[in-house]
Design a protein around this ligand. Structure first.
Ligand code: AGP
Length: 609
């Protein structure tokens, strides 16, 4: 999830673009860059790290123009570096591009271009598009961009300029947001509203497949069928701070609602359900390597540890590989039995968690195969691991991890199914069935999120409680742990996640008419068992909030409150059952007036022991 800004008009374009990028830093900031056309030459500046480094770079040797495009990067391909920072150009420095999204077939296009690879200056997918546009450029930039995009598979929001067409920006949108800002003798493009609010409130929200030609006096938009469209100009009245959260009250809520898209982004280009195919090229483990894995250790902390606990069910049931999951701070000191046939998987959103990094280094020292599941390209853990499988969730700002958790689950489902496919431990039909289930999850989550206020109604009844018990069984026991963590870390209410089958071994003594019990009772092989647990608790006066599969009529007679989620296969159900738990924690914390995005005592990344 990167940030794009472009400007053409009477102002100093560099100033407008830099100011706009500043407003988009929440979208990612591992590097930034700007391009302008001046005297029919392209001028480009790029810097690693935060935007302020680019601003300093330009202050040292100022540049100006009336047309410019800029970019603040959240890396998905190619680690953060000046070379990989956008904008990118073709080999002759004629065409320049900024891009947000993922070009799935960039490697294939790179081969087809058959240009001398020295002409490629970066590891990014985006640079390939600059070369492709130049290939089709004769004397019309719009036509060249349209031709190039017809060869692309993937998602894009992009801005393109050419030194020989110094008054024009071409922009295009597919599965990534892009807005045109409409001014007086000036026009703008941006990934998101905040970048434009200082200059205009009149905005056009491009639709998938749109390509637009923009000059200071004119905006012409063509849809995916090549028909000119008069897209509606909307007048946006948001205040700037609200705009950074896309109208949501907190980043955490925005990130909960981003999950359908971040799951799609993590799935895209990696699974093909109809063909039953899985592509995980970035993980260079051959069929032989996978067959030789004797056991898996998963090391992580917090929410990432819970994702690891879910994945134990996947690696064992799909790929028949014995799998242990360890809290990283325990793993690193307990002298685990490891050897070169052990695969150690480190899961970390930030890629900077000290205990997880240390656990991974310990495993590396024992000659284990090392694989990281990370959300930050170029992070310490991703650099330490031999193989990295990135989640494509974009920057997660809320300290309480939400979209990163479901992104990690998706990555782990893909890996476990890939291992199962290579080991032939699952038949092709089952693999296709699970891939189809994963593909349907974004729509199912979107459908559930439409009723988010139903969860808030329940939250309002329980926001004064002092203790909660979360119960789950089998693959939803880790989700009970995650639901309890979400609640305690943002509302400061004590909450415990427990394996429901453990009730009789102690926790049942806690049951009374005061402490609510949140039970995950979605369709599964252990459904009747957890129903018995609920009945035992109910018989002792407990208040039950049950998370159940849609169309379940039985539970409402055994619970006080029921939250229905779309049905899924039991092994896929954690992706659904966690969503109401994220919302329940969020709404309770908001009702209590807590600082949801920055809870007390917590940091987004625990880089110390
Ligand atoms: C989760 O909501 C917490 N913010 C925390 O437990 C987090 O998951 C943990 O610190 C691990 O962080 P990482 O994924 O960046 O390694």
């Amino acid at each position: 999830m990167c940030g794009i800004v472009g400007y053409v008009g009477k102002k100093n374009a560099v100033e407008v673009v830099l100011k706009g990028l500043k407003k988009l830093e929440y979208r990612g900031y591992d590097s930034a860059g700007i391009a302008l056309v001046h005297n029919n030459l392209l001028h480009i500046r790029r810097s690693v790290g935060k935007l302020c480094n680019l601003v300093e770079n330009i202050k040292k040797t100022p540049i100006s123009s009336n047309i410019s495009i800029g970019h603040t990067r959240w890396a998905t391909h190619g680690r953060p570096s000046e070379n990989n920072a956008h904008p990118h150009t073709d080999a002759t420095n004629s065409v320049v591009i900024v891009h947000n999204g993922i070009i799935e077939n960039y490697a294939e296009l790179k081969d087809q271009l058959k240009e001398n690879l020295k002409d490629f200056k970066s590891e990014t997918d985006t640079e390939v598009l600059a070369h492709l546009i130049k290939k089709y450029y004769k004397d019309n930039l719009f036509t060249a961009v349209k031709e190039a995009l017809s060869k692309i598979k993937g998602s894009y929001a992009l801005g393109v300029m050419c030194k020989d067409d110094p008054d024009t920006i071409i922009c295009a949108k597919q599965d990534a947001p892009l807005i045109i800002g409409v001014g007086e003798k000036e026009n703008f493009i941006a990934s998101d509203i905040p970048a434009l609010l200082s200059y205009t409130r009149n905005m056009i929200f491009l639709e998938d497949g749109d390509i637009a030609k923009i000059t200071k006096d004119k905006i012409v938009i063509y849809d995916k069928n090549g028909n000119e469209q008069n897209r509606e100009i909307k007048n946006i009245q948001w205040d700037p701070l609200l705009a950074e959260k896309a109208g949501y009250k907190h980043f955490m809520l925005k990130e909960i609602f981003e999950q359908p898209r971040t799951i799609e982004d993590t799935l895209r280009g990696r699974i093909y359900p109809n063909e039953g195919k899985i592509h995980v090229e970035e993980v260079k483990l051959s069929k032989e390597d996978i067959k030789n894995i004797s056991n898996i250790y998963i090391v992580a902390c917090g929410t990432s540890y819970h994702a690891g606990l879910v994945s134990k069910f996947l690696f064992e049931n799909f790929a028949n590989i014995p799998t242990e999951v360890d809290i990283a701070s325990e793993f690193r000191y307990r002298n685990p039995i490891l050897n070169e046939k052990t695969l150690v998987i480190a899961i970390s959103q930030s890629g900077e968690t000290a205990d997880t990094l240390a656990a991974l280094k310990l495993a590396k020292g024992r000659n284990c195969q090392i694989l990281a599941v990370c959300n930050v390209v170029g992070s310490s853990i991703s650099r330490e691991a031999k193989h990295v499988f990135y989640t494509h969730c974009g920057i997660e700002i809320g300290v309480a991890s939400t979209k990163a958790f479901t992104g990690q689950l998706i990555a782990l489902y893909i890996l476990a199914l890939d291992f199962a496919s290579k080991k032939e431990s699952l038949n092709k039909e089952d693999i296709k069935r699970y891939l189809k289930e994963l593909w349907e999850i974004p729509v199912k989550i979107s459908k559930f999120l439409k009723n988010a206020q139903e969860v808030n109604k329940i939250a309002k009844l329980f926001d004064r409680k002092k203790d909660f018990l979360y119960l789950g069984r089998h693959i939803n026991y880790p989700v009970a742990l995650e639901g309890a963590l979400k609640l305690k870390e943002i509302s400061y209410i004590h909450a415990e996640g427990y394996a429901a089958g453990e009730m009789k071994h102690g926790p049942i003594a806690l049951i009374d008419e005061v402490m609510p019990i949140v039970a995950i009772v979605t369709d599964s092989r252990v459904y009747s068992k957890i129903v018995s647990n609920i009945e035992e608790a109910k018989a002792r006066g407990a208040i039950i909030i049950a998370i159940v599969s849609l169309n379940n009529k039985e539970i409402s007679t055994k619970s006080d409150y029921v939250i229905y989620v779309p049905q899924t296969d039991e092994f896929i159900s954690p992706l659904m059952s966690v969503i109401p738990l994220q919302l329940l924690a969020y709404y309770i914390a908001v009702n209590l007036g807590c600082d949801v995005d920055q809870p007390r005592n917590l940091a987004k990344s625990v880089t110390v022991e």
